[in-house]
Design a binder for this molecule. Structure first.
Ligand code: ZN
Length: 160
């Protein structure tokens, strides 16, 4: 038996007139995030951590920004694709941990709702999903409220 880990990082810029979607949950805020899909930075970081754990190319390979058919798609679909790729390999997702870095809005009150969406997309329990959040102490692009960054790590079990 073999356990493998992966990491993911993503960042999206704030944009006007866009809904803010994080972990599949719409959150009330003055700005949303810019992006080809729904710009769910948390789901993207988690997807990359899972793809990395499987030794696969990153999210842009499976969902290229040049593909018009995926414009505005829910990033939960991207997580479902990761689950599909795992299933094809007999890989079992053990856990995913993540952190969002944003000055605003407060995202932790929505963590449980996000866990439910992410867990459902990945076919795991909410106890297998970690969601944390911090600010950037007003420094840098996150500190200037220019966008939100997210980090994730995943562990999967792959049979021989
Ligand atoms: Zn992204």
């Amino acid at each position: 038996m073999m356990y493998r880990t992966g990491i993911g990082y993503d960042v999206h810029q704030f944009a006007e007139n866009r809904p803010l979607i994080l972990g599949g949950v719409e959150i009330e805020h003055s700005h949303g995030l810019a992006g080809h899909s729904d710009a769910d930075v948390l789901s993207h970081a988690i997807a990359d951590s899972l793809l990395g754990a499987m030794g696969l190319p990153d999210i842009g390979h499976y969902f290229p920004p040049t593909d018009d058919s995926i414009e505005g798609i829910s990033s939960l679909k991207i997580l479902e694709k990761c689950r599909e790729l795992a299933d094809e390999r007999g890989a079992v997702i053990q856990n995913v941990d993540s952190s969002m870095i944003a000055e605003a809005p407060k995202v932790l009150p929505h963590a449980e709702a996000m866990k439910e969406k992410i867990a459902a997309a990945l076919g795991v329990t909410t106890g297998q999903i970690g969601i944390k959040a911090t600010t950037n102490e007003t420094m840098g692009f996150v500190g200037r409220h220019e966008g939100i960054a997210a980090l994730a790590s995943a562990m999967i079990y792959v049979p021989d």
